[in-house]
Design a protein around this ligand. Structure first.
Ligand code: SF4
Ligand SMILES: [Zn+2]
Length: 403
């Protein structure tokens, strides 16, 4: 099934991207997804170029560059499993070097960045994060997210990186930063490890499959580059966190469930933590464009529960921890079910991420499970790889009657 899906995918991307330039009025009269026969154009010109229009840039630059995007606290676990409180600091930076060139299909981080952030702004954002949390009072962990690679010098000034690494180490906080695999060089990883020994580097691998990385995610690196980065982190005794995306675009619900379950098993052997991010639709991205055209629907919450159940035995006997945070869970633009069971299922998934106890899913149930199972069955019988799925909210009879 999967070979078929991937084989079909590159053609579909071509058609979808081609069709995306058709005006909405024309789309209504055409087959939409098949395009208008004109030459396909690059994602870059559809998504990134409009986002770099003077209006868009001036809107982004209206944000205060001296303050971080947000700072919040959540329950977490330290590397040894001790429960703790973690502070998350999301900074307003120049953004991701990969986005400047191209960018991942689902990533809306660029909505929070601005081109003119100075070194002084970066220091001032860090001071503001410390002030607002009283120097991370009550926290044992801090996640410093820069909408790109923390230790990439073109994105973030090295002096600022050094300050964050050293200060968090001096405060005894476990630090988590994010990186792209190809930005991990032996010199840089050694440099990071000298300043904050034992910190965690999270890499958004998204999929353990080079075709998916290329055609569904547009990730900008390969699984081979990820393996090389993991080796560097291990050699420097840093911790490895791996992000996977659940249901990238151009993939059905059934394929997403099967593939992500397999990827968890494969990448957990090389990771201290695997964090599965169910797709949520971020503004002005390729996925947003598909979603607004009715060509993509975010995953079911039931699929996430099923994925955990299928992976549980193997993961619980390994050293690796699995975490799932359904951003916008229960909402139409995030992983969702029928609307009446969503809160309970999201809460169980969130609890599982902290407790790692499969018992969190006991007693969950809803009539929409049948709808979900039917969709999985169809996905695995018919070659429909786009992941559109039917609308899940409202009276099932009305949904069947809907055009
Ligand atoms: S590498 Fe990360 S920050 Fe950069 S475009 Fe992809 S998801 Fe976004
Ligand atoms: Zn339900």
């Amino acid at each position: 099934m999967y070979t078929t899906t991937s084989g079909v995918t590159s053609n579909l991307i071509h058609h979808v991207i081609s069709s995306a330039k058709v005006p909405t009025s024309a789309m209504a009269n055409s087959s939409g997804i098949l395009g208008d026969g004109s030459k396909a154009i690059k994602i870059h010109h559809l998504i990134k170029a409009p986002e770099n229009s003077p209006e868009s840039i001036s809107f982004r630059e209206s944000w205060d560059a001296t303050k971080p995007v947000t700072v919040y606290k959540t329950p977490e676990n330290l590397p040894d499993g001790t429960p703790c409180t973690a502070a998350t600091v999301i900074l307003r930076t120049k953004g991701c070097a990969w986005w400047w060139k191209s960018g991942c299909t689902f990533c809306g981080y660029f909505n929070d960045v601005r081109d003119d952030v100075s070194i002084r702004d970066m220091f001032s954002q860090w001071e503001s994060a410390k002030e607002s949390t009283n120097n991370f009072e009550g926290c044992s962990m801090v996640k410093v997210y820069t909408s790109g690679t923390f230790f990439e010098d073109r994105e973030n000034p090295p002096e600022w990186q050094e300050c964050v690494l050293r200060e968090t180490a001096e405060m005894g906080l476990h630090l988590v930063v994010e990186a792209q695999a190809q930005m991990c060089t032996p010199e840089k990883i050694k440099w990071v490890a000298e300043r904050h020994p034992g910190c965690t580097v999270a890499i958004g691998l998204e999929a353990y499959d080079d075709k998916v990385l290329r055609f569904h995610v547009n990730k900008g690196f390969t699984t081979k580059q990820w393996h090389r980065a993991v080796e560097m982190l291990r050699e420097n005794e840093l911790r490895v966190k791996t992000y996977l995306i659940f249901k990238p675009p151009f993939m059905s619900e059934g394929d997403a469930l099967n593939h992500t379950t397999k990827w968890i098993s494969q990448v957990s052997k090389y990771s201290d933590e695997v964090s599965v991010n169910p797709m949520n639709i971020q503004k002005n991205t390729v996925v947003d464009r598909l979603f607004r055209n009715g060509e993509y629907r975010p995953p079911w919450l039931w699929s996430l529960v099923e994925m955990v159940k299928r992976s549980y035995e193997e993961i619980s006997s390994s050293q690796c921890r699995i975490i799932i945070h359904p951003t916008a869970g229960g909402k139409i633009r995030g992983a969702h079910n029928c609307g009446s069971c969503d809160d309970d299922v999201v809460a169980a998934i969130e609890r599982f991420s902290v407790s790692a106890d499969i018992g969190e899913f006991e007693g969950l149930g809803c009539q929409c499970e049948e709808h979900w199972k039917a969709e999985l069955g169809i996905d695995q019988t018919l070659p429909l790889p786009l992941g559109t799925g039917a609308f899940r909210r409202g009276n099932p009879i009305d949904l069947v009657r809907a055009p």
